[in-house]
Design a protein around this ligand. Structure first.
Ligand code: ADP
Ligand code: MG
Length: 366
C-alpha cells in the first residue's frame, strides 16, 4: 500500500470513484474469460460492465483455484443479472415481469411477479418505515421529472432547466408508499395510481450486492470483495487478517484526493455523494438525491458514507441519511445499532460516529 500513499494525488479518477484500493490484481472481464492462477497474496478478479448501468468487480483474495473462482464468480454474475433485469425501470425482458412492467401497469391489474421481487419490495417498504419515509421507492413520479431534466441538460446544456415547483408538488401527490400493494401469498404486486411509479435507484444495487454476498457466505467463501458500482461488500477477511483499505472520495470536485481511508472486513461500505450524478443550471449544480420535504436535491451534505454489514441497509441508509439533518440522522443510526457513518458537510467539515473514527487509518494532510 506504500506506493498508493505516495501516489494518491495522481490516482485515476475512475479508481477513486470505485473507492476500493487493491494491490496488484489480475482482473479480467466477465463473459467467459478464463482466470489466471493467483499469485501469493494477490487477488484474482472479474469485471462486468452490464449490470445496473455501472461497473461491477468480484475479487478473490482467498487463493482459490481458478476453477473454483470461475464457478463462484459465474454464480455472482448470474445473481446480479437476475436482479438487474428485475429492477430495470427502462427495459423489459422476455419472460420477466419486472419493475418496468409494473410501472407500465400502474392503475391497472395486479401482476404476478418472481417471489424475489416480492421479498425485495417488502424490504423496500421496511426501509421506508425505518427511515421515516426519507428513502421512498415510490418517489418515481418526482424522480422522473429530475431525471428528464438531467437528460435534457446533457443533450443541450445551454437550455438546461430544473422542474417547476408546481409540477413537483403535483408529482409528489402520487408517491404514497401505500400505492404499492403487495400480496405475498399470491405473489402479486399492483401500483394503485396510474401516475405513480417505482424507482429503486437508492436501494437496488445494495440489495443485489447483499444477495450475491449471501451466496458466497453460503458457499463458505471468505476473502472475497464485491464492488458493485461503489457498493462495497467484503466477505470475511483477507487470509492474513489485515482487512481491506477503502478510500472515501473527497466530495470537493476540484480535487481528486480522498477524504479518508478506512480499513474494513466482513462488512459493507456505501457512499452517496453530490458528485455522482448532477447537471448544471445557471452555474448551480443539481444532484440526484431528492429530499422529500423540499422535492429538490438535499442540501445538508456533499457526501455520506455508511458502513454496516448488510449492503442493502447500507445503500438505503446512505440515501436516507443524506436527506436528514445531522441530529436526526445520528439518532436513527444509534437506534439501529451496528451502523457507522461519516457525514461530510458543504463547508468541508465532517462528523462521524465513534465506531467510524476507529476504522480510519489515515487522514488527508491539508
Ligand atoms: P447511487 O445509486 O448513485 O450510488 P444513491 O444510492 O444515493 O446513489 O441513490 C440515488 C438514486 O436513488 C437516485 O438516482 C434516484 O434514482 C433515487 N433517489 C433519489 N432520492 C431518493 C429518495 N429520497 N428516496 C428514494 N430514492 C431516491
Ligand atoms: Mg443508496
Amino acid at each position: 500500500m506504500n506506493a498508493l500513499r505516495h501516489n494518491r494525488k495522481g490516482f485515476a479518477f475512475f479508481l477513486l470513484a470505485c473507492l476500493l484500493f487493491l494491490n496488484a490484481c489480475a482482473l479480467q472481464t466477465g463473459n467467459g474469460a478464463g482466470s489466471a492462477e493467483p499469485q501469493a497474496n494477490e487477488p484474482i478478479g472479474k469485471v462486468y460492465y452490464t449490470y445496473f448501468d455501472t461497473v461491477s468487480y468480484v475479487y478473490d483474495y482467498a487463493g482459490d483455484s481458478a476453477e473454483r473462482f470461475e464457478d463462484r464468480s459465474a454464480e455472482v454474475s448470474h445473481i446480479l443479472l437476475e436482479y438487474h433485469q428485475l429492477f430495470d425501470i427502462y427495459h423489459e425482458y422476455s419472460g420477466v415481469t419486472n419493475l418496468c412492467t409494473l410501472n407500465k401497469a400502474a392503475g391497472g391489474d395486479a401482476l404476478e411477479v418472481d417471489p424475489k421481487l416480492i421479498d425485495f419490495l417488502l424490504d423496500a417498504k421496511e426501509m421506508y418505515e425505518l427511515t421515516g419515509g426519507e428513502m421512498n421507492v415510490m418517489l418515481g413520479a418526482v424522480l422522473r421529472l429530475w431525471h428528464d431534466c438531467r437528460e435534457a441538460a446533457e443533450e443541450d446544456p445551454a437550455s438546461a432547466a430544473i422542474p417547476g415547483a408546481e409540477e413537483l408538488r403535483q408529482a409528489y401527490s402520487h408517491t404514497g408508499i401505500d400505492l404499492l400493494e403487495i400480496d405475498p401469498e399470491r405473489h402479486t404486486v399492483r401500483i394503485a395510481d396510474p401516475e405513480a411509479s417505482i424507482d429503486v435507484g437508492a436501494l437496488g444495487k445494495g440489495y443485489a450486492t447483499e444477495r450475491a454476498a449471501e451466496y458466497l457466505e453460503r458457499e463458505g467463501a471468505s476473502g472475497y470483495v464485491l464492488n458493485i458500482g461503489g457498493n462495497i461488500r467484503c466477505i470475511g477477511d483477507r487470509p492474513d487478517g489485515s482487512g481491506w483499505a477503502t478510500a472515501i472520495r473527497d466530495p470537493d470536485n476540484s480535487t481528486e484526493d480522498y477524504a479518508c481511508r478506512i480499513r474494513i472486513r466482513d462488512t459493507a461500505c456505501v457512499t452517496s455523494g453530490v458528485y455522482e450524478r448532477y447537471f448544471t443550471v445557471n452555474g448551480r449544480q443539481y444532484h440526484h438525491i431528492i429530499d422529500k420535504d423540499t422535492l429538490y436535491p438535499a442540501e445538508y451534505y456533499t457526501s455520506l458514507t455508511v458502513v454496516t454489514r448488510d449492503s442493502a441497509l447500507a445503500d438505503a441508509l446512505s440515501t436516507a441519511l443524506f436527506c436528514m439533518p445531522p441530529e436526526e440522522g445520528k439518532a436513527l443510526v444509534e437506534s439501529i445499532g451496528g451502523v457507522e457513518a461519516l457525514w461530510i458537510f458543504p463547508d468541508g467539515t465532517e462528523r462521524q460516529t465513534p465506531g467510524f473514527a476507529e476504522l480510519i487509518e489515515e487522514q488527508t494532510e491539508s
